[in-house]
Design a protein around this ligand. Structure first.
Ligand code: ARG
Ligand code: ZN
Length: 876
């Protein structure tokens, strides 16, 4: 490489320092506009050559004599400026600096990459013999040198050529404008995307693929060709994805007035993928997990997840692509909003209350712990070292909750007006969260000055509730406290919208619900006309993502669990009954004399749920699910996972015993419902396995027989997996037989084999940790496939009784995994740090062991930026 004379690179770049901290306040626009990009790929699995031609226009007021182009692991093979070979360039770390003195230039850069060696799965990589890309957030710089930041928007022309038999299908963003063949066995295609986009939305796919084709006619009668591309053999498992896509396109027109804007929309399924899916313009790339389904191999949950993710990526076309993010601190602008959009879509396609409960369960099990731990950050973070670490439940799920609160406060119509204004005002731009809030303010006519704190403050607010009787009035006293989080010791109150109802004790009814907003640290609300203290139903529909601390009588919770007309509040009352009992018991605060009475109350409530003819089974199934161990632990400052586990299992066994007849009857009734995908049959499958879960704790032999029967007679994956899930937790010959049967039946289907790994790693079996160690040596296990890694180790890390073994073996296993995976796939490796990072929340012995494993990881000779940052914050 020629040393550049006109550009000086900083000296002394030998010793790698800590990765730099990027700060939101340091945002500056880029010096150059890049209106057009032409990319020319000569494809090969081991060697791909990329020639990138960028048109550059100096932005007004910029005097710099150079341009900085980001790279990651690249060396330039050739650099041309305005058509002439140039040596006026230098490397600065991994970036390329080119000297440029004029206002308009064209630079052409050639790079050579090895997709087969790309185990990080960022940039251009090989998966199953095909080539595909993942560029968000900063993968494009692993393909070519480029201002790899979301506020540089360009139109792309892509030319690619490659071996015809190896890569029969050649796809990129936008429309295919030309294709042809050469005499040497290669062929080529040209693609053009008319919509300016940031580099993170670029995509290319080449390989042996087949498509399910369909069409969608938009609200303005434009016909869009749809294609879902998969490996040959997988085509008959794409119908649900295609139906979901068409429903998404229609729903976005109806619910948000958003029409699709290209003649073509393609989805490609790849089996090696770090996340769920990616919204590349006109060419979404998906994890196979969120595309492929049929009744034999996918559960009802899988069907729902596919519909949700297809919707999510499709909705990004407006909330993400037409309006993108100015910088990555604004990630929640597109992700929070798009999660809200996919949640509303799924609510409309299925059961609204059940979907709401599921979403709250995810928030509480994934986001609340994040918000109360060392990795807590606001939905709009202020600083990062590696942006991949901020694709979090906070940015996504809490981000959605924050926007949902705005919608609850102003109502759906005014919220829609705010969204319309947002899309109109910022179409074609790289925008900020502040732009979004201002559009909602102007469009919905509301002042969100205080509400903005939800964007800047981390931590789950705790709302303390007291209901007091004052003559003929009920007075509701509310106070909030936002806990300190790393870097944010002092917090200010945030507006908390709460939908409430007051049940009259005598009649058991309420006179309508209302929305109150707690704006300050504390406030009181007076409700006239109650001769005696009413029963309070609060945060109905989970209008605010807060935790509630209230002194409520168990009889009142029992009443609400049986009678609340808001399905979420009814579920919540059930949960509260159990949470109050189990946390007290696990924390040693329960007088033994109180146990029978508390169990009896829970038994009555659950018995009522089993018997209630007014409930559909999907909802009944939700009400039957006990609060997770993680959620229970979250309620305690520090906890002993073994104690929580023992209490929770003990309660389950007691309930299973107490309600045995009803559970057996329910299992029999549900087993008689024939398979279909309608709500009734899905509900039957849900309660069927739930019944087994309780019976397994109470009467393991009987449950094992029933589960084996359910397994053998299953004509769908939901029943089969449910039965096997119960069996893997039991000591029974059926356990061994059915695990072998399942493996042999599905050995050629990686997504189902993932389930086989996960079921064993998350099982209640006392030897689960030994099973995990053995499975890590199974020939089907590999660190190179993220789905497989997650199916074994993420399932294990989420299995408290196994992960938190008192000897620390579980912690050691995860730390070993992080160290082994980090050099291969840092993004996925870093995702395993948070389970260890929660060490402060456990008893002293476990805390020391967890911390010790984090320190062992920290001491590794070489760590990726991803893992370094997560370990540093977790120890901090
Ligand atoms: N934007 C994608 C989504 O829909 C997520 C992609 C993130 N990818 C990554 N490697 N961090 O949520
Ligand atoms: Zn997204």
């Amino acid at each position: 490489m020629d040393a550049a004379r006109t550009v000086s690179a900083p000296e002394n770049a030998t010793k790698p320092a800590d990765p730099p901290i990027i700060r939101r306040e340091d945002y500056r626009p880029f010096d150059w506009a890049v209106p057009e990009v032409a990319l020319d790929f000569t494809l090969g699995l081991q060697a791909t050559q990329v020639r990138a031609r960028l048109s550059l226009r100096r932005n007004e007021g910029v005097t710099a004599d150079r341009i900085r182009l980001n790279g990651d692991g690249l060396t330039p093979v050739a650099v041309k400026v305005d058509g002439e070979a140039s040596n006026s360039w230098a490397m600065d770390g991994s970036d390329l600096i080119i000297a440029l003195n004029g206002d308009m230039h064209e630079v052409e850069i050639t790079t050579a990459i090895n997709p087969a060696a790309n185990s990080q799965l960022m940039g251009l990589y090989a998966s199953n013999g095909m080539l595909c890309t993942q560029c968000e957030a900063e993968g494009f710089r692993r393909i070519t040198f480029f201002p790899d930041r979301p506020d540089v928007l360009s139109t792309y022309r892509v030319h690619m050529s490659g071996d015809k038999t190896q890569f029969p299908v050649l796809l990129s963003n936008g429309n295919c404008t030309a294709k042809g063949e050469a005499a040497d066995g290669t062929h080529w295609a040209e693609w053009h995307d008319p919509w300016p986009k940031p580099a993170y939305l670029f995509a290319l796919v080449a390989g042996e693929l087949v498509a399910r084709h369909d069409q969608f006619t938009t609200m303005n009668d434009r016909v869009v060709d749809l294609g879902i591309w998969v490996r040959p053999g997988d085509l008959d498992r794409t119908e649900h994805a295609m139906e979901s896509l068409k429903r998404s396109m229609k729903w976005d027109e109806d619910a948000f007035g958003r029409e699709y804007d290209l003649d073509l929309f393609n989805i490609v399924a790849v089996s090696d993928f770090n996340m769920g899916a990616m919204e590349n313009k006109g060419l979404n790339v998906f994890n196979t997990k969120y595309v492929l389904a049929d009744a034999e191999t996918a559960t009802d949950g899988d069907y729902d997840a596919i519909e949700g993710v297809i919707g999510h990526e499709y909705f990004h076309n407006w909330s993400g692509n037409r309006i993108t993010c100015r910088d990555w601190f604004q990630l929640s602008l597109k992700e929070g909003f798009t999660v809200l959009r996919d949640q509303l879509f799924s609510q409309d396609m299925g059961s609204e209350p059940v979907k709401r409960i599921e979403d709250v369960r995810v928030l509480r099990s994934a986001q609340f712990p994040e918000d109360s731990g060392p990795l807590a950050h606001p939905i709009r973070p202020d600083a990062y070292r590696e942006i991949s670490n901020f694709y979090t439940a906070t940015v996504y799920n809490k981000g959605a909750e924050v926007i949902r609160m705005m919608r609850s406060i102003v109502g759906p119509e005014r919220f829609r007006a705010g969204c319309d204004l947002y899309f109109e005002r910022h179409d074609g731009e790289a925008a900020t969260c502040e732009d979004f809030v201002r559009a909602i303010e102007d469009g919905a006519k509301i002042d969100l000055t205080l509400f903005r704190r939800w964007y800047s403050q981390a931590g789950t607010p705790k709302v303390t509730v007291r209901l007091e009787q004052d003559g003929d009035a009920a007075v509701l006293h509310l106070a909030q406290q936002v806990p300190a989080t790393p870097g944010q010791p002092d917090k200010q109150p945030m507006p908390v919208p709460l939908r409430i109802a007051l049940f009259d004790r005598a009649s058991g009814t309420h006179a309508g619900e209302r929305l109150i907003v707690l704006e300050d640290g504390s406030a009181s609300f007076r409700f006239e006309g109650f001769a005696e203290r009413p029963i309070l139903s609060l945060n109905r529909g989970f209008t605010a993502p807060v935790s509630i601390d209230r002194d409520v009588a168990r009889e009142d919770l029992e009443f609400l669990a049986a009678h609340d007309d808001d399905p979420f509040a009814r579920y919540e009352a059930m949960q509260d009954l159990v949470v109050g009992h189990l946390t007290a018991a696990a924390d040693g605060r329960l007088a033994e004399g109180d146990r029978p009475g508390q169990r009896a109350a829970i038994g009555r409530a659950l018995g009522g749920v089993l018997a209630d003819a007014g409930l559909d089974d999907l909802m009944r199934g939700e009400l039957m699910i006990l609060p997770s161990q993680t959620y229970l632990a979250e309620q305690l400052a520090t906890s002993d996972p073994a104690a929580i586990h023992a209490e929770r299992e003990g309660l389950k066994a007691w309930l299973g015993h107490e309600l045995q007849d009803a559970l057996l009857a329910m299992h029999a009734r549900a087993s008689a419902v024939p398979f279909s995908l309608d709500a009734e049959a899905r509900g039957a499958r849900k309660v069927k396995t739930q019944a087994l879960v309780y019976l397994a704790a109470a009467a393991p032999d009987r449950a094992a027989e029933l589960a084996a029967e359910q397994y053998d007679s299953a004509d769908n994956m939901t029943d089969r997996q449910g039965a096997l899930m119960v069996l893997t937790g039991l000591e029974s010959p059926h356990r061994t037989h059915k695990l072998i049967d399942f493996y042999n039946r599905y050995r050629d289907n990686p997504l189902v084999i993932d389930k086989w790994f996960a079921l064993q790693a998350q099982s209640l079996h006392p030897q689960a940790i030994e099973h995990v160690k053995a499975l890590a040596l199974h020939p089907d296990f590999t660190l190179r496939n993220p789905n497989r890694v997650r199916s074994l180790y993420m399932a294990f890390a989420a299995n408290p009784h196994a992960f938190h073994k008192p000897d620390g073996e579980g912690y050691r296993l995860i730390a070993d995994l992080i160290l082994a995976l980090d050099p291969i796939n840092p993004q996925t490796a870093a995702r395993f740090v948070p389970p260890l990072g929660r060490w402060r929340r456990f008893d002293a012995a476990r805390a020391a062991l967890m911390r010790g494993e984090l320190e062992r990881v920290a001491a590794a000779e070489k760590l990726s930026r991803d893992t370094f940052e997560q370990v540093e914050r977790s120890l901090g």
